[in-house]
Design a protein around this ligand. Structure first.
Ligand code: HEC
Length: 113
């Protein structure tokens, strides 16, 4: 019985640690997917919206991109479809500041490739 309790505790500990590591590593990516940004922004080519590397190239740093995602700065890339993106910004305005930062970092990571 004691051994069972011990094994259960170890199991729970590993699960929690795993979840924490996962969240730290992929917070931005998870948000990008849960908000369905991937429908219009692809890692390899322009689709409905600019590709992720295109966005990463246009934005110099995290702060600037976070500002855009907060709806506080004008778009840098103009495909003449800002109305489409404006609706999406309603979603990125609602997430937490930390989530917006992670999201910005995720997008910017495509500039390194
Ligand atoms: C329905 C399609 C669509 C979805 C979904 C979408 N976008 Fe966009 N996005 C666009 C289009 C179109 C543009 C280009 C707008 C323009 O012409 O100014 C754009 C532009 C952008 C830009 C560049 C802005 C600039 O400075 O020019 C960023 C950053 C961005 N989107 C992030 C996101 C994020 C984050 C999400 C998820 C919350 C998202 N998009 C979801 C269509 C979409």
């Amino acid at each position: 019985m004691r051994r069972f309790v011990l094994l259960t505790l170890i199991g729970c500990g590993c699960l929690m640690l795993g979840t924490m590591l996962w969240a730290a590593a992929s917070g931005g990516e998870a948000t990008f997917h849960s908000l369905k940004c991937y429908i219009c922004h692809k890692p390899d080519r322009r689709s409905a919206g600019p590709s992720l590397p295109e966005i990463a190239k246009a934005y110099g740093g995290q702060q600037q991109l976070v500002q855009y995602l907060q709806g506080e700065s004008a778009p840098l890339i103009d495909l003449g479809k800002h109305k489409v993106m404006e609706r999406q910004l309603e979603k990125t305005k609602e997430i937490s500041a930390a989530e917006r930062q992670d999201l910005a970092n995720y997008i910017l990571s495509f500039g390194e490739k």
